[in-house]
Design a protein around this ligand. Structure first.
Ligand SMILES: NC(=O)c1ccc[n+]([C@@H]2O[C@H](COP(=O)([O-])OP(=O)(O)OC[C@H]3O[C@@H](n4cnc5c(N)ncnc54)[C@H](OP(=O)(O)O)[C@@H]3O)[C@@H](O)[C@H]2O)c1
Length: 312
């Protein structure tokens, strides 16, 4: 495999993120064989040129296998569990993982893969499935620089920007820090939106003002439609996955001896939201929880809002 010849590519994990990402790869002209635990999610990708793999082991002959699953344990399961990707005699050359997992879990996975002669690049992402669909992800890698240089053309097909932050598990730390801010920002955005509304400012007017202020961001803009129209059933990211990430943030803070009071308060708020049973809904339902704590009943404002994420 050289930097110019196309590697044979395998893909494991076709949830919200994996599906959107592999579609960008296929649309970018790369061929890929795909596998998902729930096979029905893989079938529609044939239309985009994907080849269906009957099992994880069927992808073991690929040069590069991308993985996008939920947790550290799920990644271990697809790699080393029953029928796992690297459990046969044939192994892929490189595994590129984009799941949001812990630094420690990632280091353990690296050591196990390395012992088998399989390269490993961590490449977590910034952006939800809609961002991925629009080709606007940021992908941040760590691991051997040569592996990053090899994988870069494939990453560039899926992202607006790709970066390498160093060796080992540093990209995991980057992602944990990123998602801690992701939680803290939504927590505060919900608090101030409820404050403004209770005082009498319509939500869409307040959010428009924040989006156009120095504090506005791609994130505040793409959460504005759901916060205005309360369409929490359109899931981008679940409360449970956000709690996992806040817990990863707090564990990293503890291990590095960093105090994170804003993140700690947010972690508790997210945990309460999960404890109240909000499961298969968007994490922006935190707005409703915050309003309820303030004795405010929210109604949809039914506005058509440009979130700045038109596909390309
Ligand atoms: N959604 C976002 O906005 C976002 C943004 C950035 C990063 N992330 C991170 O990206 C990862 C995926 O998120 P997502 O939103 O795409 O989640 P998701 O929609 O729940 O998809 C999870 C995927 O992992 C597979 N999976 C989970 N456990 C597995 C196991 N033990 N064995 C085999 N397959 C397994 C699922 O298979 P099934 O289809 O069979 O369930 C599915 O394909 C997470 O680590 C998340 O934190 C998410």
């Amino acid at each position: 495999m050289t930097n110019t010849a196309q590697a044979t590519i395998g893909w494991i994990g076709l949830g919200r993120m994996g599906e959107a990402m592999v579609k960008r790869l296929l649309k970018g002209g790369f061929a890929a064989s795909v596998w998902n635990r729930t096979a029905a999610k893989a079938t529609p990708l044939v239309e985009y040129g994907a080849t269906l793999a009957a099992s994880k082991l069927d992808l073991a002959g690929c040069d590069v296998v991308f993985t996008m699953v939920s947790t550290t344990d799920d990644l271990k399961e697809v790699l080393f569990g029953d029928g796992g990707l690297v459990t046969g005699a044939v192994k892929p050359k490189v595994v590129v993982d984009s799941s949001s997992i812990s630094q420690e879990g990632s280091a353990e996975i690296r050591a196990r893969l390395q012992a088998m002669g399989v390269g490993y690049l961590c490449t977590p992402v910034s952006g939800n499935a809609k961002v991925a669909k629009a080709g606007k992800l940021l992908m941040v890698s760590s691991g051997p620089r040569a592996l990053y240089d090899m994988a870069r053309p494939y990453l560039q097909a899926m992202a607006r920007k790709v970066m390498w932050v160093g060796e080992g598990e540093l990209a995991r730390v980057w992602k944990i820090a990123h998602n801690t801010m992701f939680g803290v920002v939504i927590q505060n955005l919900c608090e101030i939106t409820v404050l403004a509304e209770k005082a009498g400012i319509p939500r869409h007017v307040f959010l428009e003002s924040i989006n156009d202020s120095v504090l506005g961001s791609m994130y505040t803009r793409y959460k504005t439609p759901v916060l205005t129209n309360l369409t929490f059933e359109q899931v981008t990211f679940t409360p449970k996955l956000l709690l996992k990430d806040m817990d990863l943030g707090m564990a990293a803070a503890k291990s590095y001896g960093v105090t994170m009071p804003a993140a700690a308060a947010t972690r508790e708020s997210v945990s309460r939201m999960v404890g109240r049973g909000h499961d298969n809904v968007d994490f922006a339902i935190l707005l409703q929880e915050t309003a309820s704590d303030a004795g405010l009943t929210l109604v949809s404002e039914n506005k058509v809002i440009d979130d700045g994420l038109q596909g390309r």
